[in-house]
Structure formats: C-alpha cells, structure tokens
Ligand binder design. Structure first.
Ligand code: ZN
Length: 160
C-alpha cells in the first residue's frame, strides 16, 4: 500500500545539514514510526512521502519554510540570571524550559554576559535546510486507537 492520510509509516532516515554533517539518524536503531497526515513530521517531509510505498528510497531537501521554520530574531530574549530560578548552573548550549510571557517554552542558552542570559526559543533547526535520505520499511493502516490519539503505538512509540 502507498502512503496516504492515516497510514502508519516506518522508515529509516539520515538527516544532514547543507555541509553534509549528520544531524540525526535512525541507522543504528529502530526505524521511526509516524502517523501520516497528523503533523507528526515537518510539512515538507510528509509531502515528499505521500504516495510512496515500502521499499522506496528517496533523498529530499526541505527548505526552512517547509521544515522547522525561518529563524525569528523575535524569539531571542535576554533575561537576568535570577529569572531562571531553580537552575543551578547555566552554560551556553544548554536546552531548558523557561517560563516566558507565552508560557513554558523550550529554549537554548546562546550567550551569558555578566548577569544577563540570552535565551533563544527558535527550534535548533530553524532557518536550516533539511537534507533527508530515507528508506521506507513498512506502510500499514492505522488502528482506531492510533487515529484517536493521533500517533503510532507499538515499536517506535514514545508517547506513553
Ligand atoms: Zn496513544
């Protein structure tokens, strides 16, 4: 069967940046399992996978707009260190959950100058092209429960 709305898809992927550096890969472990058409993957990747079937291999380059979004300078904020209560040591590169005006947000510490900490709420891959090499290993219909939950159960399920 081919990948359409509500298909459960298992695939192996390697994700590289434009310099060819591997960002992420399933090659040494279990394939990724996702429910097609539920926003589980970035939009450009779901679009590239639609209509493909088990055994298909593809290489796809996804622009930021179809990936993790453009880099937004408005998502960078500087806060005094004392605003980050309960976090003992803060280092550049750390990912943490900060309480912001928009609620709790995953942020990256990008700079520390004196008592001021710069927090970047952009996705780490925002503004980057995503270069995927993909091999589809299985395509099956979703169960009722999977459709209700909007994600895959069984191997590759990290939601429960
Ligand atoms: Zn579930």
């Amino acid at each position: 069967m081919t990948i359409t709305q509500d298909s459960v898809v298992l695939l192996h992927y390697t994700l590289k940046d434009d310099a060819g550096e591997v960002i992420d890969s399933t090659s040494s472990g279990e394939p990724l399992a996702y429910l097609h058409g539920h926003g589980n993957l970035v939009p450009g990747l779901e679009r590239a996978l639609a209509g493909k079937s088990a055994g298909d291999k593809l290489s796809v380059k996804i622009s930021p707009a179809d990936g993790y979004g453009e880099f937004d300078k408005g998502l960078i904020q500087r806060v005094p260190r004392r605003a980050l209560k309960g976090i003992k040591s803060i280092d550049v590169g750390m990912r943490l959950h900060a309480q912001t005006e928009q609620g709790p947000q995953a942020v990256t510490v990008t700079q520390i100058v004196g008592d001021m900490v710069t927090l970047d709420a952009n996705h780490p891959l925002a503004g980057k092209n995503l270069n995927f090499d993909i091999e589809i290993t299985e395509v099956r219909a979703a169960t009722e429960e999977e459709l209700e939950h909007g994600h895959v159960h069984g191997p590759g399920d990290h939601h429960h």
